[in-house]
Design a protein around this ligand. Structure first.
Ligand code: AMP
Length: 589
């Protein structure tokens, strides 16, 4: 397939912010795509070259792309850089410069989707001497044969900033409309930007089947093939595989046990809610592999946990779900997440930090065991299985999560107090009958923790410091996630809670280091950064505001902690902010 056909779709998507219209554009396109290009198209539509489950990343810096643009247009790097400073978007710069260069020649390009895909994949496998030059060559090769708009999207793909707004939900629905439209009597009304289906129930069934398959496999390039070739039955059969990370199950918040029991039924299981970070431990072909909730492979960073799982969990292959919690070596008390978080990204001295910041693995679920999927089994049975495969618990190594089963609010409250005293965040209340729902937040359980509401927000920009903070970034522009439109919307600025000295906690210096390599645009006093860093913030109040694109502003926001274990997709949503805002009004009136 010609890359220009995909670019046409990108351009249409760019022109609308309406979700249904985007879905329609994609579904019409998918109907035309031949099976051999389909996996690549599924990834490229979201600006990806690798599915999230793969460890490989494109990993090219803007500077390198800049060099390639210079090389392929014959324009000096300085000039390209000046132009980039003006547009703030290297993709746009590539488009303009290539248009200028080619304006006198009638160009017809024959660059294929496969060529773009292969060249970018090659980039990430290059290692060793002469790598930079070879990378520049691979990119220039694409640039030389690209039309201006093709160049724009190639550059944006390379920099992982496609910006055409295709959320997971949009792609999911497009798959349903494209391949099952006939079965459900689907019609799209372009004028009204609305759609109709003859059978709503069936429509929901298909949408759920695609979503569930995606939550298990986490790779649209595979899901789309199953949907097209094997239909509903194939989707429903798709299963978890040890070695491939899954989206873990999540839990909404409840105010108290009364609400929890009402939502989940009685009795329910109440568990400690540990203040650590989520680890899914897989065993496949005799090897233990660890993933975070963001599907990152952290096996290397946690040799201690690998050992606990190897020694204490029985089974030929499995996937278990757990929380790794740090504890103080001397006092043997649980430590807040912040202290151990540095282990997640650590690349050197791994054994040393493992000794300094040890963790205890608290296992609370099993989703696959010895070739059998357990997700449809009720939680009470999964817990029994857990007890079978972890017959011996060892404090400060590996345990099954502390829990009670009760229908009594008083007993539940006592256990909650106990949990807080042990240094935990609160408790989880889990329905004994619920299946394990990868990636979902409904039905299976709720969390209960003390009142302070916090938000997980993404840093999207920063201000440079002055005076004693000169040289650092000292104020951070924060955003939450507008799920409907698949974009980040700003909600305030924060500088309180960061420390002047790194020994004291998360410091301005540390933040500056983290954000430096993510700067997309330097506008003098402020910088725009790639949205990668998540922080948890507390605040006095949420106010309506016209200053920020979310329509809200946080009053007196302060840093609670850096969340190395989370990514932009884990950030709080605009919907959650709406709910908190309304609740707060209820409190005040
Ligand atoms: P929150 O960050 O407040 O949304 O809480 C959700 C997180 O709590 C999950 O992602 C888990 O990492 C963590 N957690 C701690 N203890 C448990 C538990 N017993 N069961 C499930 N999740 C837990």
């Amino acid at each position: 397939m010609d890359y220009s056909e995909l670019v046409e779709v990108y351009e249409k998507l760019e022109k609308t912010s309406k979700r249904l219209e985007k879905t329609h554009i994609i579904s019409e396109f998918l109907k035309k795509v031949r099976t051999d290009s389909l996996p690549q198209i599924a990834l490229l539509l979201q600006g990806n070259i690798y599915p999230a489950v793969e460890e490989k990343k494109i990993g090219v810096a803007a500077k390198l792309v800049l060099k390639a643009i210079a090389a392929s247009t014959g324009i000096s790097s300085d000039k390209v850089e000046n132009q980039w400073a003006k547009t703030g978007d290297l993709g746009k710069t590539a488009e303009e410069l290539i248009a200028k260069k080619k304006q006198h020649t009638l160009f017809k390009t024959d660059i294929t989707v496969k060529k773009v895909f292969d060249n970018i994949r090659k980039l990430s496998s290059l290692e060793g001497e002469g790598t930079v030059a070879r990378k520049v060559d691979l990119i220039s090769e694409l640039m030389t044969s690209a039309s201006p708009s093709e160049a724009k999207f190639i550059v944006r793909t390379l920099l992982e900033e496609l910006r055409v707004g295709v959320a997971d939900g949009t792609l999911r629905d497009a798959i349903v409309w494209a391949y099952f439209g006939k079965d459900i009597g689907f019609t799209y009304n372009a004028k009204e930007n609305d759609f109709d289906v003859k059978d709503r129930v069936l429509y929901q069934k298909y949408a759920d089947a695609v979503q569930t398959a995606y939550d298990k496999i986490n790779d649209f390039s595979e899901v789309i093939m199953v949907a097209k070739d094997k239909g509903l039955a194939g989707l429903e059969k798709s299963s978890l595989k040890p070695g491939s990370p899954i989206k873990v199950m999540l839990y909404p918040k409840a105010e108290d046990f009364k609400e929890a029991f009402e939502a989940l039924g009685k009795p329910a299981q109440i568990e400690y809610k540990f203040d650590g970070f989520r680890i899914q431990a897989h065993k496949k072909d005799g090897k233990v592999i660890l993933f975070t909730r963001r599907l990152e492979n952290v096996t290397r960073q946690f040799p201690d946990v690998v050992k606990f799982v190897e020694e204490h969990v029985k089974g030929d292959d499995f996937i278990i779900d757990s929380e790794a919690v740090g504890y103080d070596v001397k006092t043997k008390k649980y430590m807040p997440f912040q202290k151990i978080s540095q282990r997640i990204k650590r690349k050197y001295d791994i054994h040393e930090v493992a000794e300094k910041f040890p963790v205890e693995l608290n296992v609370f679920d099993v989703v696959e065991l010895n070739g059998e999927n357990c997700i449809t089994k009720p939680f009470r049975e999964r817990r029994k299985l857990l007890e079978k495969i972890i017959p011996k618990e060892v404090r400060f190594k590996i345990k099954i999560a502390d829990a009670i089963v009760t229908d009594d609010v008083k007993k539940a409250e006592k256990f909650y107090k106990e949990s807080l005293e042990a240094g935990n965040e609160g408790v989880m209340v889990k329905s004994l009958d619920a299946p394990y729902q990868p990636g979902r937040r409904v039905g299976g359980g709720v969390k209960i923790k003390p009142v302070m509401e916090t938000l997980d927000v993404v840093i999207v920009g920063a201000e440079k410091g002055e005076g004693k903070r000169a040289g650092w970034l000292s104020s951070f522009l924060i955003a939450c996630r507008d799920e409907e439109n698949d974009e980040l919307v700003e909600i305030g600025k924060i500088s309180t809670g960061f420390k002047e000295k790194t020994e004291e906690g998360t410091s301005f210096e540390e933040m500056t280091e983290l954000l430096k390599s993510l700067i997309k645009e330097d506008k003098g006093k402020i910088v725009v950064v790639k949205p990668k860093i998540i922080i948890e913030v507390a605040y006095e109040e949420i106010q309506k505001s016209t200053e920020y694109s979310s329509g809200y502003a946080l009053r007196f926001p302060r840093l609670v902690r850096l969340r190395e274990d989370r990514g932009p997709n884990d950030a709080s949503t605009l919907n959650e902010v709406d709910v908190l805002y309304n609740k707060q009004r209820g409190r005040h009136s």
